[in-house]
Design a protein around this ligand. Structure first.
Ligand SMILES: [Mg+2]
Length: 424
């Protein structure tokens, strides 16, 4: 039996180390490793480094001697570079199928439905060579009927040189052969604990796991494990998620840490919400038509309750923070009433359209090129250097006294590089 609807997993080889090599071609065959933040641990290794027996995640000081002896080239991590290289790789992959799911910084699932008549092995080889040509990053490609099997195929493509970087598991026989020797701990979604438990029951390979009766799998591995086994049998259970689903509206709102009375403070708070919302707007390549602004007191405010709001219309739609700040500044002035203790404020952006499809209007100018360039540069700098490195003066320059109390805030593990979880 031949499976026709295949999913590919494209994974960059030694991604961070490969990125460094792109800009230092002389390191092509040399051992290269990349260290985590603060140069703590080894987080990326080229094959030459793996061959030296330097493990993933080991503290750098433990391998310093080995590194010196074998002239290993060591880099501190440069996430701005890796993020950018990742975008280039993904952009290249997008040209090969409309259905792509970016799974991590260096991996993406590509779904090939409607490609039944294609020689997908040849196509995958082509994709690999194009990514290498356009970005300089080597990849491995695994093709199979389900995501879990695509992971298995990818693993084989990477580890076994006979595949030359592309492994296709499209028949029951090929899948059976692949799973017969595939260690359980290398399966996607099987953690160390589970593989230990399974090991105690004498299950060491993916094939053995597949052969277990269903109720037994459920007892040992739970519902998720049951789905995983189905996937190993070629039945897709893990759906295909088109990521970055564009939001229909963007909302930024927050309660103040303490009551706010002054107009200027409210204007600054609104400006800050607009900056956040606009950054998100541009990230999903949209422009907006309506900006809704509100300020309000608490529901049980001692000196009376008040809710003020206004809707600002942009025609043509805009993605410029600058334009919205200007309009909102006046709006807050209009809706502000003196003497109230304000508790909350916020903005909604709605009627979002793709920034490439902005309806032009003869009477009002669209965002100028200069404005668009400025926004792009601001976003890029803030993305690299952390939020609010660059901001409009309207958002306030003093230490924000209106923002939320955040003494208990946990680190921004995923949005601030400086606050990434440190291991070791
Ligand atoms: Mg990788």
């Amino acid at each position: 039996m031949i499976f026709s609807n295949l999913t590919a997993l494209v994974d960059c080889n030694s991604f961070y180390a490969s990125c460094e090599r792109v800009f230092r071609p002389s390191l092509a065959k040399k051992p290269v490793l990349v260290l985590s933040n603060n140069d703590g641990c080894v987080i990326a290794r080229t094959q030459e480094v793996k061959d030296l027996g330097i493990g993933m995640g080991v503290p750098f000081f433990k391998v310093k001697d080995l590194v010196a002896k074998h002239h290993v080239h060591v880099f501190s991590s440069n996430y701005a570079l890796y993020g950018d290289m990742s975008r280039r790789v993904m952009r290249t992959l997008q040209t090969f199928t409309p259905e792509i799911e970016v799974y991590s910084i260096d991996e993406a699932f590509l779904h090939f439905s409607g490609f039944e008549k294609w020689d997908l092995h040849a196509h995958a080889t082509h994709i690999r060579s194009k990514v290498l040509q356009y970005t300089g990053i080597p990849t491995s490609v695994g093709l199979a009927p389900t995501k879990v099997l695509a992971k298995v195929a990818n693993h084989l493509a990477k580890k076994q040189s006979v595949y030359q970087g592309v492994c296709v598991l499209d028949t029951v026989e090929k899948i059976g052969q692949a799973l017969a020797y595939f260690p359980i701990e290398d399966l996607w979604g099987i953690g160390r604990n589970l593989s230990f438990t399974l090991g105690q029951h004498g299950i060491a390979t993916a094939k053995q796991l597949c052969d277990l009766p269903e109720h037994y799998v459920r007892k040992l591995c739970g519902v998720q494990g049951q789905r995983l086994v189905k996937e190993l049998k070629g039945v897709a259970c893990f759906g295909f998620e088109k990521n970055h689903k564009a939001k229909k509206q963007i909302i930024s709102t927050r309660s103040f840490g303490q009551r706010v009375y002054a107009l200027e403070d409210l204007q600054e708070a609104i400006a800050s919400h607009i900056s956040n919302a606009c950054e998100k707007l541009r990230k999903q390549n949209h422009a907006c038509r309506y900006l809704y602004v509100f300020i309000r007191t608490g529901k049980h405010a001692k000196h009376g309750q008040y809710y003020g709001s206004d809707v600002l219309t942009f025609d043509p739609s805009t993605l410029s923070t600058h334009k919205m700040l200007k309009a909102a500044h006046q709006a807050v002035k209009r809706i502000y009433k003196k003497g109230y203790a304000y508790k909350k404020c916020g903005v909604h952006l709605s009627e979002l359209v793709s920034s490439h499809q902005i309806q032009k209007n003869f009477f009002t100018p669209e965002d100028s090129n200069k404005d668009q360039r400025l926004m792009m540069i601001m976003d890029q700098i803030n993305q690299k250097q952390g939020r609010s490195t660059l901001k409009f003066a309207a958002c306030g320059t003093h230490d924000i006294n209106w923002s939320m109390k955040s003494n208990q805030r946990s680190p921004c593990y995923t949005t601030r590089w400086s606050e990434l979880l440190k291991v070791g």
